[in-house]
Design a protein around this ligand. Sequence first.
Ligand code: TRP
Length: 458
Amino acid sequence: MSGARESVHGEWSGSVFFVLAATGSAVGLGNLWRFPYLVGDNGGGAFVLIYLLCILLVGLPIMMAEILIGRRGRHSPINSLRLIARDEGLSPAWQGLGWLGVAAGFMILSFYSVVGGWALYYAFEAVQGGFQGMDSDGAGALFEGLVASPALVVIWHTAFLLLLFGIVAAGVRRGLQRAVTWLMPLLFLLLVVLVLYGMTSSGFAETLTFMFRPDFSVVDGGTVLTALGQAFFTLSLGMGAIMVYGAYLPARSSIPGNTTWIVGMDTLTAIIAGLAIFPIVFSAGMEPGQGPGLVFVTLPVVFAEIAFGSLLGIAFFLLLSVAAITSGISLLEPAVAYLKERSGLSRTAAAGFITVAIWLLGIAAGLSLNAWADVRLLPFADLGIFDLLEFVSNDIMLPLGGLLIAVFAAWRVSAETRLAELGMQADSFRYRAWLLVTRFLAPAAVVLVFLNALGLFG
Ligand code: TRP
């Protein structure tokens, strides 16, 4: 047995840095762009409630499972799974789970980078004073103008990936640790300022009702699948991102303790983002179901109105880009770590190859919003390339990956390994609760939600 394997890629300098990096991975466009628009599209409170249940009952235990596997394997997810399977006499096919994650990471980052590019473009617009005097019609036109332009979408997607690559090449510790230590708290502070502003507006009461009073008549199987997919997406679960960060976790650091912090901060950020954005929606008489443009058509309106608005606008969209970059890094890392282990390439070269592949896929995703709007890859699913990539990766591959991770950690790996990594006693309540949830509840939830979404329960 190899309980004390060492990471070939180095280690975080302490628990705090792991928590910061994993929070940097978790907090991103998923919280500020995707969560608010999903709440808007899915009718508010009921979606929020189901989402919170998914976070607590499925996300939290599976995050512990991912970190546990990563720290035991100490390699990229593909090799960690292969090594643990070998140590414990399990099927080598488990490494396929690592490949599923690498594929999901490619697909997610391709459209993620397109949206990250939008954030950069908005920061640039803010610098030019572009939000001055903007009303909600103007904000809508700005966003539509961006998305309808193949050149703008591709240029800013390219800029985003170049920045991302630059930081990864500069070294994760030097670039990333510093970014998450200072910039993420700043982003959070800015969001709080926006919430305070929202509290003074006429739309705040309606926001509270909308977000926290559940109306279950709008819920169907699709809603629950979307909430579950978003729980995986926002916590960066199901594809090995948190697993690979766990591979760099010092041996003495507590997995349950760290997980609680990461999940707590991510959830808080999503709720705060909703509380910042919906007051603007309701005060301006806009519809909450705006789809993916929601943050981009709402926030410029506030920045046009408040004191120091242009400055705050620049800061906000720059910080949003940073949040997207710290998440993007974790989407790259499983593939980069594997390529490095496999080929002996430098980190920079490995990241370079993978970034180019994602850049190409991202161009297809970006063009599918304008020039290639009618292109369909799958004739039976009426989705453009962007939407298809988002649907297949978030709503299918992540829950499937999460399900297999739960099965591997809670059923296949030996109890000895689980207890050692989680730092728990076999007869403790915490361990029994985790095992019960990860063995039965989390996998059953994923399976039921899948079956339901496929329409098997009518
Ligand atoms: N969690 C990030 C967000 O909310 C996105 C992300 C980063 C991610 N790494 C991931 C999503 C791994 C799924 C899997 O923006």
